[in-house]
Design a protein around this ligand. Structure first.
Ligand code: ZN
Length: 332
């Protein structure tokens, strides 16, 4: 992918191309912004553009250098991602040791640290040494959601570049160029991309839309005494990867309920197309209760993240919602 093909990050790309044009590329950039909006893609495109043998100021995507970077076999362009939950000191040392040697073939060697916010202190300290004495002809690009995830000593040695969420028209353009989605699935995909690049969405949209329908039905049935059916569903969702979307959807639903209670209009609600059902739910979940349930969803995701049994965690969360309704009915 070349700079001209990257959607929705014109400000960041303008800044990078300007620095290239003036030959003022620093030794380290810090790309900041939410996940899945194109930071890593832009970093690798910059690596290509800096080394391209054909195009000036961009990547041609065809010369040997561009192709090697795309195929992840360029000896001077590397990406370091978390090994498990963290980027470890061994990973940082392995890369920085190599920086003592001159580049094999690149005009500019580029090392991209994706999710650099997941560096533990020893790894960050190892990185700091390289930032303090930057090797020649080398560019480090650290990608993180927020500067606060990294030690100030690292942040202060990098030039920050901010990346924003994509606007609805950018998201629509991206999804429309993807495999054919009917109007309903396209609308659903735009709602749930929430300004991010989500390449998995077109393929999952139909399945996720079904899960949303089941969950909304379950939400409306929460005030009835029996909910065996959804309990079985929780077991099924917990046994595969669907639990991720179940939690994502619940997060969006309770966030919407909080917004609704604050009088925010349907255009800003992710589930604004299901307003009637949301209003039914709002009978039980006022702003405060919706906020509590929202927290419960985040806590459930954290618990699963540290290895809680998924099905049990989902069921406990669901019982928690039911308990909120019971309290609402009791006027507690
Ligand atoms: Zn090229």
């Amino acid at each position: 992918m070349a700079f001209k093909d990257i959607v929705g990050q014109s400000e960041a790309i303008g800044l990078l191309r300007g620095a290239m044009h003036r030959e003022r590329i620093p030794s380290a950039y810090l790309f900041l912004g939410p996940r899945n909006i194109g930071k890593r893609t832009t970093a690798l495109t910059l690596a290509k553009a800096l080394n391209c043998r054909e195009a000036a100021g961009d990547s041609c995507d065809a010369c040997p250098s561009c192709r090697k970077i795309d195929e992840q076999v360029h000896p001077d362009v590397e990406t370091v991602s978390p090994d498990g939950r963290f980027i470890k000191i061994g990973q940082v040392r392995e890369v920085t040791n190599r920086l003592a040697l001159i580049p094999f073939e690149a005009a500019k060697r580029v090392i991209v640290f994706s999710q650099a916010g997941r560096m533990q202190d020893p790894a960050a300290n190892a990185m700091l040494k390289t930032l303090e004495e930057p090797p020649l002809n080398t560019l480090l690009i650290l990608c993180a959601e927020r500067a606060a995830q990294l030690p100030e000593t690292i942040v202060s040695r990098c030039v920050p570049v901010r990346f924003g969420l994509l606007g609805p028209s950018d998201t629509r353009a991206l999804l429309e160029s993807a495999p054919k989605l009917d109007a309903k699935l396209l609308d659903f995909s735009i709602r749930f991309s929430q300004g991010r690049l989500r390449p998995e969405l077109p393929a999952r949209a139909e399945q996720w839309m079904e899960i949303r329908d089941e969950m909304i039905k379950g939400m409306e049935g929460l005030n009835r005494p029996v909910f065996t059916q959804l309990s079985q569903q929780m077991a099924r969702w917990g046994s595969n990867e669907d639990w991720r979307f179940v939690l994502e959807w619940l997060e969006s639903w309770f966030r919407d309920l909080v917004f609704l209670a604050e009088g925010i209009g349907p255009a800003r609600l992710i589930n604004g197309d299901r307003l009637e059902e949301m209003r039914n739910c709002a009978q039980w979940f006022d702003g405060e209760r919706a906020q509590k349930c929202y927290r419960r969803v985040l806590d459930t995701r954290d618990a699963i993240g540290i290895n809680a049994n998924k099905t049990l965690a989902l069921e406990a969360m669901w019982l928690g919602f039911k308990d909120e309704i019971r309290q609402a009915r009791a006027g507690a």
